[in-house]
Design a binder for this molecule. Structure first.
Ligand SMILES: C[S@@+](CC[C@H](N)C(=O)[O-])C[C@H]1O[C@@H](n2cnc3c(N)ncnc32)[C@H](O)[C@@H]1O
Length: 227
């Protein structure tokens, strides 16, 4: 029998783990910064084509230390940025690295509430897969509501389908645990289409991750979708 998912415990453990590993995570992840930036660049160009010099609002979920993505968003003209993370350490690191104009919100992304059609874009880099996948569907539906017509979602997810995987010592964590869950590429595309998104990019990029001295290829599914 499958254990019921304790979302509250998953979030509490996640916060503890990231509060401990955030400085290490920031260094560890440098090799995949270029991939993030290339997708954000595509999204920003597309939004700028649509909105010109009108003021834009962008939301980032699970922003980590704000490097490199929130920094790039914050450097754009006519753009206000809201960034969220569950970890107090990540938010503290982000505060040191971002201009004061970025609105940083600490807490579970599932507890965020925004207005209908508030954002031109919503991003989730390596972050939405940290919540149970049923919650991911609820969140993606909320994001659709928060986006303006023509607004864009840029996010990545593990390519494979699994209901939940927990690691109590990921990147050397001694506290809490890190959790991932994923619908898998095919089902996620269906979920997004059912919500009403028009999928513009649906592709896989393989990251090379090194943990405990062992390097492995991890395929991530990148989505750029339009309301
Ligand atoms: C793998 S890191 C990605 C950080 C950054 N987006 C990047 O691309 O490097 C995942 C981030 O999501 C945050 N996170 C995990 N669960 C969350 C939740 N329920 N709500 C908000 N943030 C969460 C973690 O604290 C962590 O900073």
């Amino acid at each position: 029998m499958t254990e019921p998912i304790d979302s509250h415990q998953i979030k509490a453990n996640m916060k503890k783990a990231y509060d401990e590993i955030s400085p290490f995570y920031l260094k560890w992840t440098e090799s995949s910064h270029a991939t993030r930036l290339s997708y954000v660049d595509i999204m920003l160009k597309s939004i700028n084509t649509q909105t010109g010099t009108h003021q834009k609002s962008i939301l980032e979920l699970g922003c980590g230390a704000g490097v490199p993505v929130t920094q790039l968003l914050a450097s754009q003209e006519h753009t206000s940025v809201t960034a969220n993370d569950i970890s107090e350490t990540q938010i503290a690191l982000a505060k040191e690295r971002l201009p004061a104009s970025v609105d940083l919100i600490q807490g579970d992304m599932m507890n965020l509430g925004f207005g209908h059609q508030q954002f031109d874009a919503v991003l989730g880099m390596y972050s939405i897969s940290h919540i149970p996948r049923d919650e991911q569907t609820v969140l993606l539906t909320r994001i659709f509501d928060w986006l303006k017509p023509g607004g864009q979602l840029l996010a990545n997810f593990p390519e494979t389908n699994f209901e939940g995987s927990t690691n109590e010592s990921w990147l050397g964590a001694t506290n809490g645990a890190v959790y991932w869950s994923s619908w898998g590429r095919e089902k996620l595309v269906q979920v997004l289409r059912d919500i009403g998104f028009d999928i513009k990019i649906d592709e896989v990029v393989v990251d090379s991750e090194e943990t405990d001295g062992v390097s492995r290829d991890v395929p991530f599914h990148w989505i750029l979708a339009k309301k």
